[in-house]
Ligand binder design. Sequence first.
Ligand code: PEP
Ligand code: MN
Length: 338
Amino acid sequence: MIITMSVQANDEDIERVRKRVEELGYGTKIFRGEKKTVIHVIGVTDREKITKAVEPLPGVENLIPILSPYKLASREFHPENTIISVNGKKIGDRMIAIIAGPCAVESETMMIELACALKEAGAQFLRGGAYKPRSSPYSFQGLGEKGLEILARAREKTGLLVVTEVLSEIDVPLVYKYADVLQIGARNMQNFPLLKTVGRFNKPVLLKRGMSATIEEWLMAAEYILSEGNSNVILCERGIRTFETYTRNTLDISAVPVVKHFSHLPIIIDPSHASGDAKYVNSLAKAGIAAGADGIMVEVHPDPANALSDGKQSLRIETFRELIEEIKRIADAIGRTL
Ligand code: PEP
Ligand code: MN
């Protein structure tokens, strides 16, 4: 059960509720949001007893029974869609978010030129890994802080906001300094210490679905971030492992309406890592948007054949332009904008 406190509730009111709940033998966890505080009551067996004891206390606004294992991520807790503001740009409202860029930051010239072209084509966010989670330790691992500096310069030049992956807890403060959105990759979806760490920072987090994670496990991973006080989580479906081998992963389109049903968090799709092949990316991207996704994240490279990573799935800029034009038409048909 979740107890939401009113905006006017002060520390004394919150403490009184906490004490009362604990006297009844239940555990508590307090989340202090920007506007309101909520108290998660752990292990509720007698809802009526709690309601009777807590409802009349000053500052108590509402008691919400939540049956799912994730609480703050659930739609029962937050019935309206969450709209996340990233330095003035919104993710989760009518506008479809377009995040594009290479798999990895390779050089400053490439990044600036590409960022300018992406901006002109209609992207609002620039992606690019400075720290790469490669399957082989012998593959290109990313430029590290130099890559982050390049991303920051591309933002300065174009106004595109930067989405970049943070691989480990110790890198969070550094990546935080440069990024507008911290990306948690599929391989780290259940890296709980990392999730808790980004949960203590106040920048939006793009949480990719683990390659073998169920939707419930994914929402529980989001809960780790939310429960540390960071309410800005964007989910990203990037394909899951199935028996199919003709694509790198299988894009789980059903995750879009399912997540929308059970959670208030925005969800975007990544058709690049889902398909692993540029020739399928545009079809999947369009399908995701038609299914109700709040945006897409796609890999684009000026010279895919010579990319240092994921060239096969990277779009050329011309193909990206075509995609944007097609998404505009879909957006129009479903009452959204781009
Ligand atoms: C990425 O987006 O750069 C990436 C590595 O993707 P994923 O974590 O989904 O494999
Ligand atoms: Mn990639």
